[in-house]
Design a protein around this ligand. Structure first.
Ligand code: PLP
Length: 365
């Protein structure tokens, strides 16, 4: 491997700073050692502003974002209960698959590719049937579409106030404000490897008081490791044991959370908005179009179509040879689009360099 700077601009995992890597690489100590217990408790507390919550319970569990999806549904819905999945792409569809696996009665409201669902369709679904829960994907990483959660959750609350709202924040939390209290979200979760800029391996979740109440009423659990009632005692007092926590990953997570908080979470959100604008303005000049309209486009990633004559695999390979890794598109967008992450520990200089190298690749074509 060359020692040239490599820029990882895929929509997760994202580049990890030296200080976070340093936290990760410290000597492993006991999971009941006071030094670790303090850091674990601090990280659990530090997740609160990321989720916009002042009540409820946070969790940090080893496993990826998909585990977060599964924990969310299995802890609030009994077999046979109804779930409405709002899907803006591949990761919305995954919620429906998980729901079916758990024996739920799943309906799916899918948007046209690259678009958000229309409010009226959501109203129709909610007026026709009473759902025990509804899921949204804050940013669908396959299409780059962001869901307007203020608008959608208001609508759910108005038509069906008892429906629990679940939000997948895997490609959003940290890069986009999330307001569990204000929007009335019941379960929200994310992964470590995106805007929070830690290696993959952790899912962080929050359950509202209402969601916790529902879990306590459930008699039968379809998951052992994912049962939040087994984890709550540990999250309230990390001296306790249920399953060994990933000590070093939690050191790394806490480092990243405290660094972001120190610099200001709002500044971090603003950085994401600024980088997204910069990337999309420059790419448009080069002939690349972002899939969603700007109003529906996430600040964390873009999903670009190619200008005429630019071939997907050749373009991404040439760019990788210059040190910039971007990701191919998913599903039916494959080959026609590529995905570029601009979230987490990425600077304006990184983006300037990536844009310069993209321009070079286009010239050399
Ligand atoms: C929006 C969204 N949800 C869920 C997942 C699944 O997360 P993981 O791959 O960490 O299991 C991803 C992964 O990219 C995602 O982007």
């Amino acid at each position: 491997m060359s020692n040239r700077r490599e820029l990882l601009l895929i929509p997760g995992p994202t580049p990890v700073s030296d200080e976070v890597l340093h936290a990760l690489s410290q000597k492993t100590i006991s999971h009941t050692d006071e030094r670790f217990v303090k850091v674990f408790a601090k990280a659990l507390e530090e997740m609160h502003p990321f989720f916009g919550m002042s009540q409820g319970q946070t969790f940090i569990i080893s496993g990826s974002g998909t585990l977060g999806m599964e924990i969310s549904l299995s802890n609030i819905l009994n077999e046979g209960e109804s779930l409405l999945v709002v899907s803006h792409g591949y990761f919305g569809d995954r919620f429906a698959e998980i729901g079916k696996t758990l024996g739920l009665d799943v309906d799916i409201l899918k948007s046209n590719t690259g678009k958000t669902i229309h409010e009226d369709s959501l109203k129709d679904y909610l007026n026709r049937k009473k759902y025990a829960a509804i899921t949204f994907t804050h940013v669908d990483t396959s299409t780059g579409v962001i869901a307007d959660m203020e608008k959608f959750s208001k609508l759910v609350k108005k038509i069906s106030p008892d429906t629990l709202i679940v939000l997948d924040g895997v490609c959003a939390t940290g890069g986009v404000p999330e307001e569990m209290d204000k929007w009335g979200i019941d379960v929200i979760f994310t992964g470590s490897q995106k805007a929070i800029a830690v290696p993959p391996g952790l899912t962080m979740l929050a359950f509202s008081e209402r969601a916790l109440k529902k879990r306590r009423k459930m008699k039968k659990m379809r998951t052992y490791y994912g049962d939040i009632l087994r984890w709550i005692p540990v999250m309230n007092d990390p001296h306790k044991y249920f399953a060994t926590p990933p000590v070093n990953m939690i050191f790394a997570l806490e480092k990243s959370l405290s660094t972001i908080i120190e610099k200001g979470l709002n500044n971090y959100y603003e950085k994401h908005r600024k980088l997204a604008r910069k990337v999309r303005t420059a790419m448009k000049v080069f002939g690349f179009e972002n899939l969603p309209r700007e109003e529906d486009a996430a600040p964390t990633l873009s999903v670009f179509s190619y200008p005429a004559g630019v071939e997907d695999f050749k373009f991404r390979t040439a760019l990788k040879e210059k040190g910039v890794t971007v990701a191919g598109a998913l599903g039916k967008l494959k080959g026609k689009y590529f995905r570029m992450g601009h979230m987490g520990n990425i600077t304006e200089q990184d983006i300037d360099l990536a844009l310069k190298l993209i321009e070079e690749v286009l010239k050399e074509k």
